[in-house]
Design a protein around this ligand. Structure first.
Ligand SMILES: C[S@@+](CC[C@H](N)C(=O)[O-])C[C@H]1O[C@@H](n2cnc3c(N)ncnc32)[C@H](O)[C@@H]1O
Length: 272
């Protein structure tokens, strides 16, 4: 079977960005996309994983060669490995991949982007992206995804979104709405990639609950790209407002353990 990546991963530096072409607005996108490296350890500890059923929906059951694109610290990679897949992880942030390889030493990891994937042609059965496809430039990314997929291969996209049907989670969402606007995944990302790939799209919805302390909720928000790039005073003010909310809301006041629910939306794109 063809090996998807060379055993010695190609190293790209942040300054060797091969992602979207840069105008002034795009430079801000690049800064946000690369901000993850500065919060890698906290990201690995504080962000939610993915439900097994959603991941099985993306990949199918028999063990396969899977490329985790925008793999970050490996929260999705971990579920793929436990399901028996042979996984290659690609991400532009070496710090994120450092967390991944220390937690999952058996996984091959390479620095790269969706727009320049360091993986051989027709070498994987599935490309998956967890909480990452909204960072991709759809046209070049779709060209690369088509190149690395074997005939009949699929693209699986998955996002966790805080479940704001729960009142304290809705209050948290309101507090950060102004900062978060435009940063969350939306159906448009799936539609654009599906159009570029002429793909049929199937979807499923499930959920996951994180059991966390109040400071973990604060720390998890601090790993969001729009918070990681704030100046120190602004970030401290926002995080202090979140602490105030958790200390004052009837559902969270005085509690050391909180259940933070997420809705998980998974999309399987089958290129025609
Ligand atoms: C929110 S994190 C998700 C990480 C991981 N997949 C997970 O589920 O926890 C988004 C990741 O996308 C990566 N990323 C940003 N721009 C990218 C691009 N153009 N191609 C591939 N990955 C990218 C970031 O470095 C970051 O690790």
């Amino acid at each position: 079977m063809k090996d998807p990546v060379p055993r010695t991963p190609r190293r790209l530096r942040a300054s060797h960005w091969t992602g979207p072409h840069l105008g002034p607005a795009d430079a801000a996108v690049r800064a946000r996309a690369l901000s993850f490296g500065s919060v890698a350890a906290e990201y690995a500890a504080l962000r939610p994983g993915y439900p097994d059923d959603a991941v099985a929906f993306l990949t199918g059951h028999p063990p396969r060669h899977v490329l985790d694109l925008g793999a970050g610290t490996g929260l999705l990679t971990d579920v793929l490995v436990r399901a028996g897949h042979d996984v290659v992880a690609v991400d532009p942030a070496p710090e994120m991949l450092g967390e991944l390889t220390s937690r999952l030493p058996g996984v091959r990891a390479a620095v790269g982007t969706a727009e320049a994937i360091p993986v051989e042609d027709a070498s994987v059965d599935a490309v998956v992206a967890g909480q990452a496809a909204h960072w991709f430039d759809p046209a070049p990314a779709a060209r690369e995804i088509r190149r690395v997929l074997r005939p009949g291969g699929v693209l699986g996209l998955v996002w966790n979104t805080r479940d704001e049907r729960v009142p304290w989670v809705a209050a948290l969402g309101e507090l950060i709405a102004d900062e978060a606007r435009g940063h969350e995944a939306d159906q448009g990302v799936v539609d654009r990639l599906a159009a570029e790939l002429s793909a049929d799209v199937q979807t499923t919805e499930s959920g996951i609950v994180q059991t966390v302390g109040p400071e973990d909720v604060v720390g998890g928000i601090a790993t969001r790209s729009y918070v990681a790039l704030m100046d120190d005073d602004r970030r401290a003010a926002l995080l202090s407002e979140i602490r105030g909310l958790l200390a004052g809301h009837a559902a969270t006041r005085g509690r050391q353990s909180l259940h933070l629910p997420y809705v998980t939306r998974a999309y399987r794109l089958t290129p025609r």
